[in-house]
Structures are given as structure tokens and as C-alpha cells.
Design a binder for this molecule. Structure first.
Ligand SMILES: [Cu+2]
Length: 359
């Protein structure tokens, strides 16, 4: 009940904003009538908000996810990804016809080493729209290295990853906001040549990504309104780890696991596109933080790490007792819209099958 009410209030606030922008003025009478009928209004607006016409070339198109291809030859890494249109269920019963890399949103995790040369090929499976790839981890002239690849075409680009870190990647085709907010974003980790000074202390490591969803392909909503959902996902860094899309329950249904006493490392990135993340793990303090994932940017004893849109970090913390540790963006309007995940800490580090409550 409390959750429903607080969600209603948040949506209610956005209704007022919508009304203000649509009509320019709202009378006090109208406001009080609206608040009397808050629940109904919220449901109606939600229903309207979620109804949207899929653009003609993407109608009935739901391309099966295609696995990312990665091959290494010395320090040359060959990465092949697709751009494709794939349905993603963001919350129960709400399917978004996402513009994706490889059928995932966020896209597949890419991991390379500092100094590697990336030879990136995009296979654009979208029959209608050009797409591109902007890796924040490289230096290149964007009009060449991040150039558009036409529908049903392929393009290859090469550049070097010279700095370590937890970088965002995204489609950079105009209008960029549409491409990112429709799902074309992800994370590339560039592993530092000499590692992190705390490598030997870390017992478990995971990748977590925050992103926002707006009304389907609605550039006006993406530009002027608050997100409909703010979500976390996790990408498998090691075999056997969950690999999810950004949905409101992704890291609740499949919590990250740790053992009592473990030092846990999370590679985190906020791919936005618009909002800041105030990343916090409830019940612990970050012993070590590397802003943007660069070992040179080392902080200690932080409660919350601010991640600008596209910003990343490596955060490390110790879980001292058994239990369920939520992680959130401490901007609680966004946590209320989905941005909560769980770390389940047990005596042996295995999932004890206990219910994850609280969502
Ligand atoms: Cu695109």
C-alpha cells in the first residue's frame, strides 16, 4: 500500500508537470479534484503513457538476440556486435520494442585490456534506421570512428583503448537521445595494466548498470519529462553469473551473491541517458572507490558515489553479516521507479533459496 501510494505521488507530480506544460496553467479547483481522484487519474495516465505506436518498419519485428563475438590476437581484439530490434519486458506485462545492441539493453558487456586495439564491426540488422557505436574508452575522430552504419549494412572501425576504466558505450546516431533512450547503451571495461591496488583483497566481483526508460520512441518525453522507469541490470563478468536486461526487477529476482566477510567489488556505470545516479549500498560503506574505474582515482570510506550520466566507478565494500543488502540510487524518486537491486549474503556464499522481499 505504501509503495503504491508513493509511486502514485511521484506519478502525480509528473502529471502536474505534464498539465502545466500542456495548458500553461492549472487552477486550484482542478488540482484538488485531481488529488481527490489520485488513484484513478494515475492509472489512466499510466495507461496512456504506455500506449504508443511502434514505428512502421519495426512493427512485428522482434529479432532474436545474437551473441556478441569477441576474438583476441595478441593485443588486437576483434569485437562484432549487431544493432537490432528486440522486445524487452521492462516491467511485468509491459514490453518495450527496444533498439538494442545484440538484443540486450543495456548491450553486452565488453572487456578488454589497457593498450588493446579494438577492431569493432557493427552488423546493422535494423531494416530502417542507421546506427553507430561510440565507445567512451577510445580516442578517435567521431565522424570517422563512430560513423553511421546504414540499415542492413556492416561497418568496421579500429581504435586503441589507452585508459583503464568502466566506460559507457552507446549509439551516436542522430537523434542520439532517441537511440540511447530506446536501449542502445552498454559498458566496456578496460582492465588496468597493473590492476587495482586492492585486487588481492577482492572475493567477488560483479557488473551493475543503471539506465532509464521513457515512453517508447517519444523524443519529446525523453527530452522534457521524467523517466517512466529507472532500473538496474547486471552483466555476467564471470561464467555462471546472471546477465540481465535493465528491468524493474532484474537484480531483485536474481540477486548478487556473497559470503559473510567477503570484500565485494562492483563495476558500476550509469548509462543514463539523462539522470545522475547516487549509488549506495545499504548496510555497508565503500572501503575503496576508483572513480571511472581508473586506479589513479582512488577514494576511501565513501557512503555514496555520484555517477554522472555515462560515468562509472569501481566500488569495493565488505559484507560482515548474513542478510539482504539493497543497493539503490539514493535519489529515491528513481529508486521508487525500479532502481533497487539486492546482494544476498549467506554463510557459504550460495543462494539459500530464501525469498527476496521488498518489491
Ligand atoms: Cu542507434
Amino acid at each position: 500500500m505504501f509503495k503504491k501510494l508513493s509511486y502514485g505521488l511521484v506519478v502525480g507530480m509528473s502529471i502536474s508537470v505534464l498539465l502545466l506544460s500542456a495548458c500553461g496553467d492549472v487552477t486550484k479547483d482542478a488540482q484538488s479534484e485531481e488529488s481527490l481522484d489520485m488513484e484513478n487519474t494515475v492509472e489512466t495516465v499510466n495507461a496512456e503513457k504506455k500506449e504508443s505506436e511502434v514505428i512502421a518498419p519495426h512493427k512485428d519485428l522482434n529479432q532474436e538476440p545474437v551473441p556478441v563475438e569477441m576474438e583476441r590476437d595478441g593485443t588486437d581484439v576483434y569485437v562484432k556486435m549487431t544493432s537490432q530490434i528486440t522486445d524487452i519486458e521492462i516491467e511485468e506485462g509491459y514490453v518495450y520494442k527496444a533498439w538494442t545492441f545484440n538484443g540486450e539493453a543495456p548491450g553486452p558487456l565488453v572487456v578488454v585490456n589497457e593498450g588493446d586495439t579494438i577492431h569493432f564491426t557493427m552488423d546493422n540488422m535494423d531494416p530502417a534506421i542507421p546506427h553507430s557505436m561510440d565507445f567512451h574508452a577510445v580516442h578517435t575522430a567521431p565522424d570517422k570512428g563512430f560513423a553511421d552504419v546504414g540499415p542492413n549494412e556492416e561497418g568496421t572501425f579500429s581504435y586503441q583503448a589507452t585508459k583503464p576504466g568502466v566506460f559507457m558505450y552507446h549509439c551516436g546516431t542522430d537523434p542520439i537521445l532517441s537511440h540511447i533512450a530506446n536501449g542502445m547503451h552498454g559498458v566496456i571495461i578496460v582492465q588496468p595494466d597493473e590492476g587495482y591496488p586492492t585486487d588481492n583483497e577482492v572475493d567477488k566481483e560483479y557488473v551493475v548498470i543503471q539506465n532509464e526508460w521513457y515512453r517508447y520512441n517519444d523524443l519529446d518525453d525523453m527530452t522534457n519529462n521524467v523517466p517512466s522507469q529507472v532500473v538496474f541490470s547486471t552483466k555476467a563478468l564471470h561464467e555462471g553469473q546472471p546477465n540481465t536486461n535493465g528491468t524493474v526487477t532484474a537484480v531483485k529476482d536474481e540477486p548478487l551473491l556473497a559470503k559473510v566477510g567477503d570484500k565485494v567489488r562492483i563495476y558500476i556505470n550509469n548509462v543514463g541517458p539523462n539522470e545522475v545516479s547516487s549509488f549506495h549500498v545499504v548496510g555497508t560503506i565503500f572501503d575503496d572507490v576508483y572513480i571511472d574505474g581508473n586506479p589513479a582515482n582512488h577514494f576511501e570510506g565513501m557512503q555514496t558515489v555520484m555517477l554522472p550520466a555515462s560515468g562509472g566507478a569501481v566500488v569495493e565494500f565488505t559484507v560482515k553479516e548474513e542478510g539482504l543488502y539493497p543497493f539503490v540510487t539514493h535519489q529515491f524518486n528513481h529508486a521508487t521507479k525500479g532502481a533497487v537491486g539486492f546482494i544476498k549474503v549467506t554463510a557459504d556464499g550460495l543462494d539459500d533459496g530464501s525469498e527476496v522481499s521488498g518489491h
